[in-house]
Write a protein that binds this ligand. Structure first.
Ligand code: GLC
Length: 570
């Protein structure tokens, strides 16, 4: 069916490739190990490129691969213009870029401009320099409050728990100034009002763009500028609400206008995708105004419960906010920071209070239900207007590893919460590629402890490739159809009236996505079925007009009229 359709996008060299792209997020450390040392690396990614081409994605985004102590998964960068030796060399990076490009895949890296590693030469120079020196001016060093300055300069707290300030000794070993870290203490915040900072990041962008990198995801894009007085955060101030002293301040937009003009000077122009958290979707959409960034993650679906009304609200909010700017939304269900979505959907949605493992760990799990909802969810995701980012392993139907042994936990959240919050390691477990037992060909070293559960024998790339009903085949089919169908990608969408618990959306010309979120069959419109989320060897003859419980279906040329709202199988 879909094979009859031809690719509708503007071709591999189009400057607008980004608008309807499907990007695959590579968490390099756990993607695939190419040199047998137990750590995922560029050699492994090169070996895995064919899997991504077969999947049908347009681009990859690689989490930070720069030189780093690796205390926050590489988001603690010590040198932005060199590779971490765990991952390879600059020559390996160049080889990856050319092999990806030969296969028609674009490559986005991950820029971390809010902070550096405490091992960065700038921070080391700052530590060695006296208070009020220029070296300290690239970060936020301040005197403490209270008796002998033994209290932090203000009441800000770290996103990972605990105070956002740490105190350093003076040259003679006395307690000295404090420095700001909105994340862990190994991630000192840069002061973006210091001219060196902006200049150095421009150089980093040029360094990678000159090597052929197609763009960047921008980490914590909403954090770069702080209120000059570093005032206390008023009690009860909503996260990122306007006027917040460190999130989503207006000055950050000047940085992105500057970067946009730098990226536009390249041929083809390079692109940026922001991780930006703002108080409202309207404020978030400001990051993708005409002269700013190209994309900003719409985390609304990742945060929404699997109910028709929550999903619909999330979609409407985002689509409306993006209607005010020119950039289409970037949809996402999972990433390296949150609970894998099948594990979220495996819980009673009325009881789910958040999108991290800590929020759901005590709730009962129904993994089959989680699987069914997740398979339906990707059909929703790929039917929406805009572009999409998939997280590695979701095409294999992987769940969160919730019972990871403590000695495999590396997330600073785990330590900073005194082991109260298990953190994010359960979604960062190495991918299973082949074989019947861990490490499932992730690495050639059989002694490496990966934390992969034995049940992943049915989730390897090889096993899923053999099973035409697998989640991998569902993703491949969906991506193939999305690439070819003239209604998918950018463009308008509309809702079709449907029963409670049913989501039905139309795209033009002639496409509908119907999702049954209930546990009973419901009517759907007649029309040629392009794809259904429930597992079956082929789509079979289109001999019924029912949606199974928890099923999503893509329909070509649907009847314009919605079906009689029978609602149940009565
Ligand atoms: C972003 C990253 C996360 C990291 C944090 C600090 O939210 O996605 O993994 O820990 O920034 O850099």
């Amino acid at each position: 069916m879909a094979d009859e359709l031809t690719r509708h996008d503007a071709g591999p060299h189009a400057a607008t490739w980004w608008t309807d792209a499907v990007v695959y997020q590579v968490y390099l450390r756990s993607f695939r190990d190419g040199n047998g040392d137990g750590v995922g690396d560029i050699a492994g990614l090169r070996a895995g490129l064919d899997h991504l081409v077969g999947l049908g994605v347009d681009a990859i985004w690689i989490n930070p691969w720069f030189r780093s102590p690796g205390l926050d998964g590489g988001y603690d960068v010590a040198d932005h213009r060199d590779l971490d030796p765990d991952f390879g060399t600059l020559a390996d990076a160049d080889a990856l870029l050319s092999e990806a490009h030969e296969r028609g895949l674009r490559v986005l890296l991950d820029l971390v401009p809010n902070h550096t590693s405490s091992a960065h030469p700038w921070f080391q120079a700052a530590l060695a320099a006296p208070a009020d020196s220029d070296d300290r001016g690239r970060y936020y060093f301040r005197q403490g409050r209270g008796h002998d300055g033994d209290q932090p300069p203000n009441n800000w707290t770290s996103a990972f728990g605990g105070p956002a300030w740490s105190r350093v000794p003076t040259a003679d070993g006395e307690p000295g100034q404090w420095y700001l870290h909105l994340f862990s203490s190994c991630q000192p915040d840069l002061d973006w009002t210091h001219a060196d900072v902006a200049e150095d990041f421009r150089e980093t962008l040029r360094f990678w763009f000159d090597r052929g990198v197609d763009g960047f995801r921008i980490d914590v894009a909403h954090g770069l500028h702080k209120h000059g007085d570093l005032p206390d955060l008023p009690v009860g101030h909503a996260s990122a609400a306007p006027g917040h002293p460190f999130w989503d301040r207006d000055q950050v937009h000047d940085v992105y206008r500057d970067w946009r003009s730098l990226a536009d000077a390249y041929d083809p122009p390079r692109v940026f995708l922001a991780e930006a958290v703002a108080d409202t979707v309207e404020r978030r959409a400001r990051y993708v105004r005409d002269d700013e960034l190209h994309g900003v993650f719409a985390f609304d679906l990742l945060e929404a419960r699997w109910t028709a009304s929550d999903l619909r609200d999330a979609i409407d909010r985002t689509v409306a906010a993006h209607g005010e700017v020119t950039a289409p939304p970037t949809w996402v269900l999972s990433n390296h920071d949150v609970l894998r979505h099948p594990s979220r959907y495996a819980r009673d949605q009325a009881l789910v209070t958040g999108h991290n493992l800590v929020d759901v760990v005590d709730l009962q799990r129904d993994d089959e239900l989680g699987d069914a909802r997740a398979r339906a969810a990707v059909l929703l995701l790929l039917a929406l207007p805009g572009n999409v980012v998939l997280y590695q392993g979701e095409e294999l139907g992987l769940h969160e590893v919730e019972d990871l042994p403590d000695d495999l936990r590396r997330d600073p959240v785990w330590e900073r919460s005194d082991h109260q919050d298990p953190g994010r390691d359960g979604c960062r477990v190495p991918l299973p590629w082949a074989g019947d037992a861990p490490p499932f060909a992730f690495t050639s070293d059989p002694t490496v402890a990966t934390g992969q559960p034995a049940r992943w024998r049915d989730h390897t790339v090889a096993a899923m490739d053999r099973d035409p009903t697998s989640t991998l085949h569902l993703y491949r089919s969906a991506l193939r159809i999305r690439r070819a169908h003239p209604a998918l990608g950018v463009g308008a969408m509309s809702w079709v009236p449907a029963d409670d618990g049913v989501l039905a959306l139309r795209r033009e010309p002639g496409f509908a996505c119907w999702i049954n979120l209930t546990d009973h069959p419901v009517r759907r419109p007649a029309g040629r079925v392009l794809l259904r989320s429930t597992a079956q060897a082929d789509n079979g003859p289109d001999d019924d007009v029912w949606l199974r419980p928890h099923e999503a279906v893509w329909i070509d040329d649907p009847d314009v009229a919605a079906p009689d709202p029978l609602g149940t199988n009565g």
